[in-house]
Design a binder for this molecule. Structure first.
Ligand code: G4P
Length: 527
């Protein structure tokens, strides 16, 4: 069992939209042997538009709200790559996925540097001390200087960097990279459309063939930079990487397959085996006999014909076998873990077994919710999945009075699924709670499902707040009432915890400055 567990690598790619996450995913699959020719993932995106099986909404918008986990093997290791939806499909799900991984690859567009969504996702990883690998992408385009890029990562993300390789020029002159660990130059050759692996030749930096390919000026500049790096970065400390203090940095171009294999190899070399998860404050050994895991994602109605529901579990210890039974610690009931699936895009396969670190999907209508622990040992309960502060708010109303009953039923059912968060505001006259989401797509999905499953045309009335904070439990409602400014609101979440809503971050900071005795939290504090 230990041998199997140590071969698992479960990770996500985090990036700002357009930095190249999809392209890199595709290329990792290409190098992992899961795709013959790159282009298939994108081709699949197009196929979906004509496939009747996929959720209407997904077709309409041409986005992948239901993509999940891709599995591939490389060098005898089992990789589980989890998707973190971006763009408008950014949602609480995106954050939760990061609770199920053991490492993340952060893709940065080398022409743009760090962008806002990368920063948000990075913060979620940092809070858990997740190891982060950085891939500076699009070096084949005009890029910021590599020194500027790593300096930005260090300053803005407050993390140390260790450039594992270093680019030999950029834009149309991008030739390859220097591997600082192995002290070798990798020269790349383009292949049409980046469809198959890029041919590589390996040289010493002092080889004439390297000097010939670079201008004298470029060669000298790079030699100087490499010398400076040796001086500034004394070796890569693997513990610093595993604790999320240092990020190994790789340069390349995903579209051209440049540097992708070096990234994959480096990732394998510097990432560790699955990380054990805490239950009641103590790490549960990965090889504990039996099986434990927690639910981090639920996808409903991927296939409207069957109204199916896929529950994704992160396996945390032991071995899973198909049809085994486990307790759900929330309900105290036993659940039979049948219909286990491996998912590759739209294709699914029955899954017979899984080990700590794996992501297992179950097609089931059993009473399972996000954050539930499934365990053969009822004493193990994994820490609750935290709530993330919503950034968009709206009230949902029914268009017609006649179907109010169906509307109410839909609202109650869908809120119970944690599709969005709900809040009761002080002084509100609305019949329904205020809804909060991390991204607008969560509202669209809600609206879609109200129509599709309950036959109700629900109208969303947006509200102007963009920041919500949970108030420290030591503060009373009366104390709060006195100090909340007129352009803000206060109320309670569905577990009766006090919250304040601010129109923007500036107002929140001003409030914090004026009310130092009131402590605000980005996620709820139980107490
Ligand atoms: P995302 O998932 O992070 O949103 O990004 P995605 O991979 O879809 O890439 C966004 C755009 O950047 C795509 O171009 C993609 O081809 C391009 N791209 C990705 N990696 C590289 C790279 O290394 N070099 C260059 N020059 N471009 C890259 P597009 O025009 O939106 O789509 P397409 O028509 O090229 O597929």
């Amino acid at each position: 069992m230990n041998n199997e567990i140590s071969k698992r690598r479960t990770f996500a790619i985090i990036s700002h939209p357009d930095a190249g996450k999809t392209t890199l995913t595709e290329k990792l699959l290409l190098y992992g042997g899961a795709l013959e020719l790159a282009g298939s993932v994108t081709a699949k995106k197009k196929q979906r538009e004509t496939s009747s099986d996929w959720m209407e909404l997904e077709k309409k918008r041409g986005i992948s709200i239901s993509s999940t986990v891709l599995q591939f093997e490389y060098s005898g290791y089992q990789f589980n790559l989890l998707d973190t939806p971006g763009h408008k499909d950014f949602s609480e799900d995106t954050y939760r996925v990061l609770l199920a991984v053991d490492a993340a690859i952060m893709v940065i567009d080398a022409g743009k540097g760090i962008e806002n969504q990368t920063l948000k996702l990075f913060e979620v990883c940092r809070k858990r001390g997740v190891p982060i690998f950085t891939f500076m992408n699009k070096l084949d385009r005009p890029a910021k200087s590599p020194l500027e890029l790593i300096d930005q990562v260090e300053k803005e993300l407050n993390i140390q960097t260790f450039p594992v390789n270093w680019p030999l020029e950029s834009g149309p002159f991008f030739k390859g990279v220097y591997d600082r660990v192995k002290k070798q130059v990798h020269m790349f050759e383009k292949v049409p459309g980046g469809a198959y692996k890029a041919p590589v030749s390996v040289h010493d930096f002092s080889d004439d063939s390297v000097k010939e390919k670079l201008s004298e000026k470029a060669y000298e500049e790079i030699a100087e930079e490499l010398e400076m790096l040796e001086f500034a970065h004394n070796g890569l400390d693997i513990d610093e990487v595993l604790s999320g203090k240092t990020t190994p940095v790789f340069f390349g171009s995903a579209a051209n397959n440049f540097g992708v294999e070096l990234l994959l190899k480096g990732f394998l070399e510097y990432s560790g085996e699955p990380v054990s998860r805490n239950a009641n404050g103590t790490p549960v050994p990965l090889d504990k006999p039996g099986f434990t895991g927690f639910v981090f994602k639920i996808q409903t109605n991927m296939n409207p014909k069957h109204r199916d529901r896929v529950v994704f579990i992160r396996a945390c210890s032991g071995k899973f076998t198909r049809d085994m039974t486990a307790y759900n610690t929330r309900t105290g009931r036993e659940v039979r873990l049948s219909n286990s699936q491996s998912v590759f895009g739209q294709e699914r396969e029955i899954r017979e077994e899984g080990y700590a670190g794996d992501i297992i999907g179950f097609i089931t209508n059993a009473d399972l919710r996000i954050g539930d622990t499934l365990t053969t040992d009822p004493k193990i309960v994994y820490n609750e999945i935290p709530r993330f502060a919503p950034e968009v708010f709206a009230y949902m109303e029914s268009n017609t009075v006649s179907n109010y009953k169906a509307f109410r039923k839909g609202v109650d059912h869908l809120l119970a699924e944690d599709l969005v968060q709900s809040f009761e505001l002080a002084g509100s006259t609305s019949a329904t709670p205020l809804l909060g989401a991390v991204g607008p797509l969560q509202f669209e999905v809600l609206q879609y499902r109200m129509k599709d499953e309950y036959g109700v045309d629900a109208v969303l009335v947006s509200k102007p707040w963009t920041v919500l904070r949970w108030v420290d439990p030591a503060v009373s409602v009366d104390e709060l009432k006195k100090v909340v400014p007129y352009d803000c609101a206060h109320g309670k979440d569905d577990k009766d915890r006090l919250v304040i809503l601010f129109p923007n971050g500036w107002t929140m900071r001003y409030f914090m400055e004026k009310n130092k005795e009131i402590i605000l939290h980005e996620s709820p504090v139980t107490g």
